[in-house]
Write a protein that binds this ligand. Structure first.
Ligand code: ADP
Ligand code: NA
Length: 325
């Protein structure tokens, strides 16, 4: 199994954690998992090299703090495993222009600025993603619904390569994790919590000061009623807070509704603020501990890259042989 996350912010947010990273931690229990910080993907848009280096390290530290166990899972940085980029070139040579042009994420990402101002790298991003997956012979790719099209492309490319050059790749399946929570903006619960789309008050970063996180919960938008019930349509703010509460404590939403029946929003938000503080305080400390010990973090990532290459080198050697190199 393979999954990656971009190092495009100083901190991951609650949406990233509850919607993705928490599942990564659970999935490592019964899968051979490869998890990577995809820095090659992060250079497809304008960026600052110094910030990228720092964010890559911070991302890795947060994955460790979240519970990715580097003994059990292979945790690494994409650019340290050159076969990703090498295989991406090969894959780009069996991808049709029309096929690549149909990727909706590129269309969405360039809707504002126009495709002419985007880089070729942003356009071919899904091909690199296909290489990320295929180079590990992954069977499963845990992704959100929005990535389904890219996994379809990956499957098509694997099948095409196998058909043309002989069986080389496993054809992976998208693995849409069921219990994944979708987290919404605390100030605008009609849109998802997102590093690019949310205001600072609407987003809880995992590395926020615990006090600041508590304040954001207490000032989250609810509605003029006072019933703590899960109604996404009419009470999206309250529903979002219930989702967060349930995800962090493992308690059922119905149980939380019962507990807060007749008590109003004040008590509910105060308790949730405590729950959030209990989660972010140790998370932040663990992350900072990993960041403090540069040598240890570098060693973990170097070991991860080495383990990754034990898989990617044979795959690429086979591919090159098939291609006539
Ligand atoms: P952002 O939307 O902040 O740019 P990314 O697109 O980098 O975040 O997402 C990284 C991972 O986190 C993906 O697996 C994505 O599905 C998940 N994710 C991001 N935001 C949310 C959210 N609000 N709720 C649930 N999952 C989310
Ligand atoms: Na995004």
């Amino acid at each position: 199994m393979l999954s990656g996350i971009q190092p495009t912010a100083d901190s991951f947010h609650f949406g990233n954690y509850l919607g993705a990273l928490r599942q990564w931690v659970a999935l490592q229990e019964d899968h051979e998992a490869f998890y990577c910080v995809v820095d090659l993907h992060a250079i497809t848009v304008e960026y600052d090299p110094k910030a990228l280096r720092e964010r890559t390290r911070r991302s890795a530290a947060q994955l460790l703090a979240a519970g990715i166990d580097p003994e059990r899972s292979t945790l690494f940085v994409q650019s340290q495993v050159p076969e990703h980029a090498q295989l991406a070139w090969v894959m780009s040579c069996i991808t049709g222009m029309g096929e690549a042009s149909r990727m909706t994420q590129f269309k969405d990402k360039t809707a504002k600025g126009g495709a002419d101002r985007a880089t070729v790298g942003l356009f071919t991003y899904p091909i690199l993603q296909a290489a990320d997956i295929l180079v590990y012979q992954a069977d499963r790719v845990p992704v959100g619904e929005d990535q389904r099209q890219h996994v379809e492309l990956t499957r098509d490319l694997a099948q095409r390569f196998n058909h043309r050059f002989g069986k080389t790749f496993r054809v992976p399946e998208a693995y849409i994790v069921k219990e994944t929570a979708k987290i919404f903006d605390l100030q605008d619960p009609s849109s998802k919590m997102s590093k690019s789309g949310s205001s600072p008050a609407g987003i809880i970063d995992l590395l926020d000061e615990p006090k600041a996180s508590a304040k954001k919960i207490r000032s989250a938008v609810t509605d003029s009623g006072r019933d703590v019930i899960f109604d996404e349509e009419n009470k999206p703010g309250v529903a979002n807070l219930l989702t967060i509460y349930s995800a962090l404590t493992g308690r059922k939403i119905s149980e939380l509704e019962d507990e807060y029946a007749g008590r109003g929003y004040g008590d509910f938000k105060k308790d949730l603020a405590d729950v959030v503080v209990e989660f972010v305080t140790p998370f932040r400390e663990k992350t900072l501990t990993y960041l403090d010990d540069k040598a240890q973090l570098d060693a973990i990532l170097a070991a991860g890259a080495e383990r990754a290459r034990a898989v990617t080198e044979p795959t690429l050697a086979k591919v090159y042989d098939r291609l006539g190199f």
